[in-house]
Ligand binder design. Sequence first.
Ligand code: ADP
Length: 363
Amino acid sequence: RSKTTHENTNKKKTTKATTSLPSTPVVAKKSFPVNDQTLNDGAIDISPEERVKHVLETLQGVDKAACEQIVNDILVLDEKVYWDDIAGLNSAKNSLKETVVYPFLRPDLFKGLREPVRGILLFGPPGTGKTLIAKAVATESNSTFFSISASSLLSKYLGESEKLVKALFYLSKRLAPSIIFIDEIDSLLTARSENENESSRRIKTEVLIQWSSLSSATTKENINNDNRVLLLAATNLPWAIDDAARRRFSRRIYIPLPEYETRLEHLKKLMARQKNTLTQTDFETISKETAGFSGSDITSLAKEAAMEPIRELGDKLMDIDFEKIRGISRSDFENAMLTCKKSVSNDSLKPYQQWAAQFGSNG
Ligand code: ADP
């Protein structure tokens, strides 16, 4: 992978013994000067697991149980997604490289006017790769990834949610660079309504306070860990987010349904690791026939097609050698197409396009 371009950029070597980070395929975490020694966890070149353990042992002014809950339920340490795993979405990838990945990897270059942004919104129809792209941003920027859906924040942790939000932002700073990914953000940052209850209002307020605290901690001379915490949110209902909250997302990136070229790339990626008899023409035909499919629909279609060679074996399946199973064919896709349909209607796309034109960052 191309991370080696950053290999020689570490200006200030840590004096601690370094160990490699086996689960992180990028170069070991860099050490950069920070202005608060209690937050200086980024300077220790240890494995992510050890780093988390160290932070949990040295918590300050925050609820321990809430922190442990975050580590157990919300912190994602072992799921790596790379840009290459995602078909298409090149303008979104480029925008995220510039606004997050490079700034997080080279904080020494991105300060002052070039300071990284604190909030990015990914919006678009369901199944278009928003979650996938969030994971890739975290992997590619070598960040700690916290992932939670707003609805579980509002329901599952009710009563504890404010403590949890505090703990979440606290840990994200201690474990910076960090991405806090909140899916279904519309349900949290929704425009005030009559039936909004007291507790969800309090959670929303706490998120806004904590989110603001990220920017106020900035200093010009030092690279504070707070500079490298991003709230990355996703929504299928961008218009439900209230105006003030919307403005806090400095970038609002439209993740649309895949075009022909992207569908073709996605299908080829999916089939690359599967025995198949598909020709270039077959790939092109399937890509044309799947107009209107989301990325998730295409994955489901390919999974269904992949079942056909197995299904036709019936009970013989138990005895057959893996190598003898026939390759996935064009007609498997034709059959799969009878059951797998597109999940997003044409009519529902218009509001996204309108919202993108009005509020989107990538036109
Ligand atoms: P969203 O968050 O937009 O609802 P997800 O990121 O959860 O969508 O996507 C669901 C699944 O669909 C992914 O796990 C992946 O298998 C597939 N998928 C969607 N978009 C893409 C894409 N652009 N490239 C590769 N796979 C995709």
